[in-house]
Design a protein around this ligand. Structure first.
Ligand code: GAP
Length: 452
């Protein structure tokens, strides 16, 4: 009975209903394609970032962390090529007054009803395309003039390149080594949309891996595999993931090779993460623009500018992919349930603690004491509100993998039942062993029970 595909509307509706994501500035009428994250959304985002950081930094010896500023020296963006080239072709419609990406007219909807693609009505009056820079401008200091012009960063990567020398010297690294960063990036997208897939403010997770030039191809392949395996490890279905290598005409100005890890979103196969071989473009350009040498000198005097391999993704694209992949509707007995079959290490709440009868003081006392014991280490939720079936379904909808129920028998023998979100199997265990059971269960390998 499991549904094997889900629409973006179902994901938006669940996110809204269960407080994962809200449209931003709603009481002022909203600000298109801008979102705020509620409690479960924050917990899910934190888990995505924690799993990425573990695999990039904590589990390895060759990558260090960085947190650079959002507003950098404006010359950074000249050196990187963003001032000149970070543009999309824009067309205006003089009739409906809307703006579109000239290269995405087939994916856009005109302002007239019934909706068609821009240019499809005889009344459509499109301007010639002009290049529109996607960087948000701001001014540093009290005077807004050309001397104080600055930008909100459109990627976190440049903050890493300009700290290459610091890390090389102070963290005493030698290639191959990497610098990883998580932080907000901003792009004034002409046509944001598809929920969180394309937004103007998003959180990037980028890692720049500096390697000897001769080894760059090998490391490029290594990182494509490593990142694909990360998605498989956290439960995305293999049939919904693929790697697509860019042709030369599609590559960015800095790229010697780029592959997208694509996911089959409800909008079709689309970029989840990009892995690029950036060559020596960035370090060479920053060396030229800043007049600071950015190179590696080996102990025997060999000098070279390392090449860079970059896996780059946003938390938002992973957030949507996880929800889409996990979403399921099924009939159990006579009742329908919506369930998020999230990997337990991604699920916002790891376990729910539920007294069977919410008004029974003894059950409540036992349940609260278990909850207090667990909450210090794990993301757990206590709920005594409503019928037990409804409480289970609330937890299913936010993807909680396990629910512990305190019932009549608990009061006599100190055992509880644990209910598995996916199989619905129940087993009894000692209340004193719940924490160890959970810590163990979290470490087990996990595979989605969904087919295909
Ligand atoms: N430093 C390289 C870089 O930024 P990119 O392909 O422009 O490359 C990297 O962006 C990743 O950032 C994408 O693969 C995607 O996951 C995410 N991303 C880019 N633009 C986005 C947007 N407007 N909204 C959400 N995520 C975005």
């Amino acid at each position: 009975m499991a549904a094997d595909s889900v629409s973006m509307d179902q994901i938006v509706s669940l996110s809204r209903r269960r407080g994962f994501v809200f449209p931003s500035s709603e009481i002022y009428g909203g600000l298109g394609s801008t979102y705020d994250y509620g409690h479960y959304g924050v917990l899910l985002k934190n888990n995505i970032k924690a799993r990425w950081f573990e695999s990039m930094v904590l589990d390895r010896d060759d990558i260090v962390a960085l947190d650079s500023a959002v507003i950098l020296h404006p010359r950074v963006w000249e050196a990187s090529g963003h001032v000149e080239g970070f543009t999309d072709p824009l067309v205006d419609c003089r009739t409906c007054k809307l703006r579109f990406r000239a290269d995405k007219l087939d994916d856009s909807q005109c302002g007239r009803k019934p909706s068609k693609h821009p240019g499809a009505w005889k009344e459509c009056d499109l301007t010639e395309p002009r290049q529109f820079n996607l960087m948000f401008e701001t001014h540093v200091g009290p005077v807004a003039d050309s001397a104080s012009l600055a930008y909100l960063r459109p990627e976190t990567a440049q903050g890493i390149f300009i700290n290459f020398k610091n890390v090389l010297q102070l963290a005493r690294r030698r290639p191959p080594f990497g610098i990883a960063q998580i932080g907000k990036s901003f792009r004034n997208e002409i046509t944001p949309g598809n929920f969180l897939f394309r937004v103007r403010e998003f959180e990037q997770m980028e890692m720049e891996f500096f390697v000897p030039p001769a080894d760059s191809e090998q490391w490029y392949r290594y990182w494509i595999d490593a990142r694909l395996n990360w998605y498989l490890r956290y439960g995305l279905r293999e049939s919904r993931l693929r790697v697509r290598e860019h042709g030369p005409e599609e590559r960015s100005h800095y790229s010697q090779g780029t592959s997208d890890i694509e996911y089959l979103y409800p909008i079709g196969w689309s970029e989840l993460e990009g892995v690029a071989n950036r060559g020596d473009f960035d370090l060479t350009r920053h060396a030229e623009f800043s007049t600071t040498k950015l190179e590696y000198v080996s102990p025997d005097g060999e000098r070279y500018v390392p090449h860079v391999i970059e896996p780059a993704v946003s938390v938002e694209r992973i957030f949507v992919a996880l929800l889409v992949d996990a979403y399921d509707e099924e009939v159990v007995g006579e009742r329908e349930r919506t369930v998020l079959r999230l990997h337990p290490q991604m699920a916002p709440v790891t376990a729910a603690i539920l007294p069977l009868i919410g008004k029974d003081e003894n059950m409540v006392a036992k349940a609260r004491s278990l909850y207090e014991e667990l909450r210090r280490r794990l993301s757990v939720e206590y709920d005594d509100n409503g019928a037990i079936g409804r409480r289970y379904r609330r937890q299913d909808e936010i993807g909680t993998p396990w629910a512990f129920t305190i019932d009549e028998q608990t009061l006599s023998d100190d055992t509880v039942t644990v209910r598995d979100r996916d199989s619905l199997a129940q087993e009894r265990l000692q209340i004193s062993g719940v924490r160890a059971w959970l810590e163990d269960a979290l470490e087990r390998e996990w595979q989605t029970p969904k087919d295909g």
